[in-house]
Design a protein around this ligand. Structure first.
Ligand code: AMP
Ligand code: MG
Length: 466
């Protein structure tokens, strides 16, 4: 018997010490109106039908106990105290399947952690998060999801003047970040740290025993797998600060992110990432750097004696690289239709990437073309073809594997920009069209050249915190 859709909110996070959050209510807006609502996600969550007042923060759903979460973070390597400056957690929805998901409003007005910010968000960036997170979900990559975007009827003031305001409802396995541990560690709250670790384990790693080292290793493993997934689809997160790394292993905080067109490891989109700290090719070492900050924060849990704790941490952090490489190589083999393993595979893959870099080949389309047999038999392709012939499996099996690992469609930057521009003018149709395309990334039989065309204007820049 399916349960009747209803809000079933619990608040396990709020049982943590008060250090980790502050109670705060959303600030009502002038004219709440739903711009988009994710009906299939609502159904999966067991939530009732769309209500603009709820998703704009004007009315609390039954059982809500709104809080802003506290956390710290290394932003561009500099440590700062942060917290939800423009987000409010309503609670954890218990789904009909018994799963637990955070329901968070992004842009609901100021909180005690807003600093000089207004706690608000603009429509464009919230729709951007909506479409890119849904694209990532469709690609099978762990990610927070987007339930609704409500416009507020109010303007938000940014460098470029007044923009239409909006509130995004974000759904996440949780919002516990590396920065949440750093927050407790910075306050020298060992008991708080212990409680947070146990909360994290119960929520995301119930299969492991209550042991901080095992927890850390499980977190590291999930991050290694996640970053590999990003790399395999050309995703550039853009702002991998430690406050933007979720311990659930989900992709979180879609700010200046974008998918790479032409393959180049130094690809950067974020307007403020001048040194390329968060460039495409830097994402694995940055993830490891962030995990080193997590290990530092967890030191008192590893061992009461600091020296021994540091020794344990130093043994753990280097485990990231081999785990990442394992996931990446497995994923690359799948992208090339390789069902067996040969020692030379890594070289074959690297040679393709080098050639792509030299020829400025589009990342997504190169692999889609290989999948669909659209390529000239140049030297590399001949090597690849003979490698495929050495496999016992029938060719169809290779192609099926490639079709599941090489998307035909990603959210193309020019399409995103066009859809957002139209939406800001009140025309949501192009946004729906784009959402439909990126929600079916494996549909190689769909002929939609406009959506498969690379197109990132030279100097294309993305912005965060807007
Ligand atoms: P982000 O770069 O989006 O991860 O945000 C970094 C920090 O700045 C977080 O603590 C946010 O809550 C905060 N923040 C970003 N935009 C605003 C805003 N408009 N008002 C208040 N806080 C903000
Ligand atoms: Mg953030």
């Amino acid at each position: 018997m399916p349960e009747t859709p209803a809000w079933r909110l619990e608040h396990s996070y709020s049982r943590l010490p008060g250090l980790f959050f502050t109670e705060v209510e959303p600030t009502p807006v002038a004219e709440p109106r739903l711009v988009i609502f994710n009906a299939s996600l609502a159904e999966q969550l067991g939530l009732p039908e769309e209500e603009a007042a709820v998703y704009a923060g004007n009315r609390l759903p039954p059982g809500a106990r709104p809080i802003a979460q506290a956390y710290a973070g290394h932003q561009y390597a500099h440590f700062t105290g942060l917290g939800d400056g423009r987000a409010i957690l309503l609670g954890e929805q218990i789904t009909p399947d018994g799963d637990r998901f955070d329901i968070q409003l992004k842009g609901p007005g100021p909180t005690p952690y807003s600093r000089r910010g207004d706690g608000r968000a603009a429509l464009g960036p919230m729709l951007r998060e909506y479409v890119i997170s849904e694209a990532m979900h469709a690609l099978g990559i762990p990610t927070t999801r987007s339930l609704a975007v409500a416009s507020t009827g109010e303007k938000v003031w940014r460098q470029d003047g007044g923009l239409p305001g909006a509130v995004l409802t974000r759904v996440a396995a949780s919002h516990i970040r590396v920065g949440t541990f750093e927050w407790a560690a910075a306050h020298r709250e060992v008991e708080g740290l212990r409680a947070l670790a146990e909360h994290t384990r119960q929520r995301h790693y119930p299969e492991i025993e209550n042991d901080p080292v095992a927890l850390y290793e499980a977190i590291l493993e999930r991050q290694a797998a996640l970053i590999a997934r990003w790399m395999l689809v050309g995703f550039v997160h853009g702002v991998m600060n430690t406050d933007n790394m979720a311990l659930s292993g989900e992709t979180i905080d879609y700010g200046p992110c974008a998918f790479m067109d032409a393959y180049h490891p130094e690809t950067v989109f974020s307007s403020i990432d001048r040194n390329g700290r968060y460039a495409y090719g830097n994402q694995p070492p940055i993830a490891q750097w962030n995990l080193a900050r997590l290990a530092e924060a967890m030191l008192p849990l590893f061992h009461a004696d600091e020296k021994q704790a540091v020794e344990i941490a130093n043994g753990l952090i280097p485990k990231f690289e081999p785990r990442f490489k394992h996931h990446w190589l497995a994923g690359m083999r799948a992208k090339l239709g390789l069902l067996t393993e040969e020692a030379e595979d890594a070289t074959l893959i690297q040679d393709l990437l080098n050639e792509m870099q030299e020829t400025e080949a589009d990342f997504t389309n190169t692999f889609a073309d290989l999948t669909n047999g659209r390529f000239e038999a140049k030297e590399w392709h001949q090597r690849w073809q003979s490698r495929l012939q050495r496999q016992p499996q029938p060719r169809e099996e290779s192609i099926a594997l490639m079709r599941r690992h090489n998307p035909a469609f990603i959210s193309r930057n020019h399409q995103v920009e066009e859809a957002l521009a139209a939406a800001q003018e009140g025309d949501i149709q192009p946004f729906h069209a784009l959402l439909d395309v990126v929600s079916h990334p494996w549909d190689h039989d769909r002929h939609l050249p406009d959506y498969a065309k690379p197109g990132t204007a030279a100097g294309y820049r993305t912005f965060c915190g807007t």
